[in-house]
Design a protein around this ligand. Structure first.
Ligand code: SF4
Length: 360
């Protein structure tokens, strides 16, 4: 049992002012819009995600509108937010609510949690904000505030740590005003007990804050070190045939599923131009002409994902006019309409960098 739990909750309510940190879900009662905002803002800063939320509710004012949207259109609107699984799951959940539940959003914690893409944090947020149900949110903000105030060393990213923090959060929750309590602790973590330089001087919890008293703020919350990211080496071929570029859709179970890309050669290390030419029989399309040459090659670019470190190089190839484009699988599109397609961020960077976009 932790001390000062009643003090913690009371002080948090006294401190809370909903206008201090505007968010799309504050004052919102429509569970569809609350769900949409929570999905869009997972792992995303409010300032970055808010325009996306506005774009989605404008394009899809109800769950039926979203359910009826083609996947490519949704992925395009999502472009730039990353973690594309969220978009795929969001669409699958919208279709389930629209078709199976006839548009009625689930109104209890278990059914909300059963929606695709909804984990315990999002389910607690929706249940408490939309229906005032007594479920405490536990996210990065909450781990930090609780670990510091109560001086908890237990790593937050372990099963036992998650259980400990979830039980403590549930104890602290004001069961009469769970929505307001959840908003308050999230705002407090975002505005006062921030990851770096928390505002301890004006913190209403300071007198009983264990981390502050023991000068351990920098050490909490504690996390178990993660496994290193897997490094992957991608070579993207921009095939240009008569002004058209070849795109392929990533369909397999891997990063960026559902997004478009150029024909890809993945290797054990990054290849230089002469190595690529030597290995032209491995290229991800048939090469029937000679001499085989490369019009331009980019320096390596890099994109860090949560578990992967992608290093990519872009290789521009001009196919001879005599090539029959139908013999190469994929979709040929005019260069001018490339921006209509949803790409991984590393390809967007490449396309947006005129110093690299050389000879096309
Ligand atoms: S005193 Fe500092 S570390 Fe402790 S809860 Fe307040 S802001 Fe966080």
């Amino acid at each position: 049992m932790f001390p000062h739990t009643a003090f913690f909750t009371r002080q948090l309510f006294e401190w809370y002012d909903p206008d201090r940190r505007p968010t799309p879900w504050k004052g919102e009662e429509d569970p569809y819009r609350i769900w949409l905002s929570e999905i869009i803002l997972q792992q995303t800063r409010v300032e970055q995600g808010w325009p996306y939320f506005e774009a989605f509710v404008t394009a899809y004012p109800t769950v039926h509108h979203l359910a009826a949207a083609p996947q490519d259109e949704v992925m395009k609107k999502w472009e730039g937010l990353g973690y594309y699984n969220r978009a795929r799951n969001m669409l699958a959940a919208a279709r389930y609510i629209s078709d199976v539940r006839e548009g009625k959003f689930p109104d209890n914690y278990e059914d909300i949690l059963a929606l695709k893409g909804v984990g315990p944090y999002t389910a607690a947020a929706i249940a408490s904000f939309a229906y005032n149900l007594p479920y405490a949110v536990v996210d990065g903000n909450v781990y930090r505030v609780l670990a510091r105030f109560f001086g908890i060393d237990h790593p937050t990213n372990t099963t036992s740590g998650k259980k400990l923090f979830t039980e403590l959060a549930q104890t602290l929750l004001d069961k009469d005003q769970p929505g307001t309590y959840n908003q308050a602790i999230m705002d407090f973590g975002a505005l006062v007990c921030t990851p770096a330089n928390p505002d301890c001087a004006s913190c209403p919890l300071q007198i009983h804050c264990k981390a502050h008293r023991e000068d351990r703020i920098d050490q909490l919350p504690h996390k178990q070190p993660k496994a290193p990211r897997r490094i992957r080496f991608f070579h993207y071929f921009l095939l240009n045939h008569d002004g058209k570029i070849l795109l392929r859709k990533r369909e397999h179970k891997d990063v960026w599923r559902g997004l478009y890309e150029f024909p890809l050669l993945e290797t054990e290390k990054l290849l230089e131009e002469n190595q690529l030419l030597q290995q032209h029989t491995d290229w991800p399309f048939p090469v029937h002409w000679a001499p085989v040459d490369i019009a331009a090659i980019s320096p390596p670019k890099r994109q860090l994902l949560s578990h992967q470190d992608i290093r990519a190089r872009f290789i521009e190839i001009h196919l001879p006019k005599s090539t029959d484009p139908a013999t190469i699988s994929g979709t040929w599109v005019d260069r001018e309409v490339l921006s209509d397609y949803a790409f991984p961020r590393i390809i967007d960077w490449y396309l947006g960098d005129n110093s690299l976009y050389l000879n096309m």
